[in-house]
Design a protein. Structure first.
Length: 278
């Protein structure tokens, strides 16, 4: 009987000691893998008033490396569609211009995330934080439109005289840099998973996201009836007139931009830090 009591007490003591020791271990979030889905919107020469009336789908994946409870570095890859048309404008000149475009964007970006509050997955007191994000990225784009129901890529056409070197204009690149800047919130579901919501504006290094930047060069510079002639000035679909050489087609002093709003779910990569002996 005494032996059974001794064994029981010994087992209870060891269990309590183990629990006490485990309670002293500190949970450390090393990083997280995640996926995002959301919407993207374009701002530029066709959307001069920053309208948000034509959002298009976006999705991405990311890995975030944590450096403590407040700072993280994120590597993200995203896909987004953007597009707009002069038909949505309230400006009479833009309606006559009658241009439109769509583009698929593939972006890779390195971002720094800065939490406002201490964030520790699995800790009820530290499971939520707003954050700001700032980074730099590289993205590809290739604007296209539709003519008589057919998809036509715009860059090869040289719609602003790039193909003939008009006034020193040259073919633009389909690659550019982006500077994502935004805010978000992060909520810890449990020790393994987080939910996020983020809105980040992208400043870019191109004014040709929409294939529109400078001035009209005149219909006589193009082969009559060609796709280039028809798509450099689509006023013919509105009335019998056309824009003259030198008239404004875009505004080259301001680069195009886009914004992505996304929700995400991520899986935490974690470890435990042993308690100090002193």
């Amino acid at each position: 009987m005494k032996l059974k009591i001794f064994i029981a007490l010994t087992g209870l003591t060891l269990t309590l000691a183990a629990r006490a020791q485990n309670n002293n271990f500190e949970y450390v979030q090393q990083g997280e893998f995640g996926v995002t889905v959301g919407m993207a919107h374009y701002f530029g020469d066709l959307n001069t008033r920053a309208g948000l009336n034509r959002p298009k789908p976006a999705a991405g994946i990311f890995y975030r490396k944590q450096f403590g409870n407040y700072i993280g570095a994120r590597l993200a890859a995203r896909y987004a569609q953007v597009g707009y048309s002069d038909v949505y404008s309230k400006n009479a000149y833009q309606k006559l211009r009658n241009l439109s475009f769509n583009s698929n964007i593939w972006e890779i970006a390195l971002q720094g995330d800065f939490n406002f509050f201490k964030f520790v997955p699995g800790d009820l007191d530290h499971g939520f934080t707003p954050y700001v994000t700032l980074g730099v990225g590289l993205f590809s784009y290739d604007p296209y439109t539709y003519l008589k129901g057919q998809k036509v890529f715009l860059r090869p056409l040289g719609t602003e005289g790039q193909n003939i070197g008009y006034k020193g204009r040259s073919e633009y690149s389909t690659m550019s840099f982006s500077i994502p800047f935004g805010v978000g919130i992060k909520y810890n579901i449990n020790q393994k998973f987080n939910l996020t919501f983020e809105v980040a504006h992208r400043f870019t290094g191109t004014d040709y996201l929409d294939d529109v930047s400078t001035t009209f060069i005149g219909a006589d510079k193009f082969l009559a009836g060609s796709n280039a002639a028809l798509l450099q000035d689509r006023r013919f679909e509105i009335d019998a007139n056309s824009f003259k050489e030198g008239q404004q087609r875009g505004w080259s002093k301001q680069k195009d931009a886009f914004i992505i709003a996304e929700v995400g779910i991520s899986f935490n990569l974690s470890s435990y830090r042993c308690p100090s002996a002193f």
